[in-house]
Design a protein around this ligand. Sequence first.
Ligand code: PAJ
Length: 267
Amino acid sequence: MRTVRTIAELQAALDPAATVGLVPTMGAFHAGHSSLFRAARAENDVVVVSLFVNPAQFEAAEDLAAYPRDEAGDAAVAEREGVDVLFATSADELYPGGYATWVEVDGYAQRLEGVFRPGHFRGVATICLKLFNIVRPARAYFGEKDAQQAALVQQLVADLNAAVAIRVLPTVRDDDGLALSSRNSRLTPAHRGAAVALPRALHAGAAAYARGEDAAAAAQRVLDAEPLVVPQYVEVARFDGRLVLAAAARVGGIRLIDNVTLKEDSA
Ligand code: PAJ
């Protein structure tokens, strides 16, 4: 595996005839990231993983500063999973002085994550389009865990005719059901224990939905019973052919999100 830091180095490392699979990430790899690396490995000649904690998608400087970083550990994981090129780049490289262009995907900013994280999706859409233009992948891989993000990227690709196929992979969870997240490493043991209320609530919501009851209300009741979990939203939403129950909550100051499928459109 090669680690490259600049756009020029990255492009020099890629054979224009090779089919490239791109996995955009912000690092602090866990098994959720690895599942995307493996999916990319299985269907492309070359796998590129970008590692960039994108300042444009963080509202607060403290959140950006507190985001876990471990490039050496990440490089070891990526190498083990058969990644060919780790594009570990910097804000100077991607947003040089005079940078002025931003991508807004209408609608996403007004819902769910967009309401609680103003500017977040503008940052996500912009960095994803930049990475597609820089890496020119045939396919790019995203996680269902961030369902609204995956749907936004699909909308962006369709609307702007980006020549990349978007693959969305299932959420990887810990044994107790908590969705893996780079942020989980910042939970204290007590908060880690309480955080499992989030997947439990979504599970209860899905069970209620199957009985013809209100999914969001059932999930909200489970969250309300856990004092260490402060919910931000619990809502039913449609993302890319899936009806999902999505929730966000703060647990000991750490913001966690998760979702479960209530119904596939084809089902
Ligand atoms: P990051 O949080 O590092 O996530 C990188 C990718 O891994 C995303 O597509 C995310 O949905 C996926 N992922 C995270 N946890 C997962 C899990 N438990 N199971 C399966 N997939 C999981 O999402 C971002 O970075 C950034 O917003 C990015 C797209 C890189 C743009 O900066």
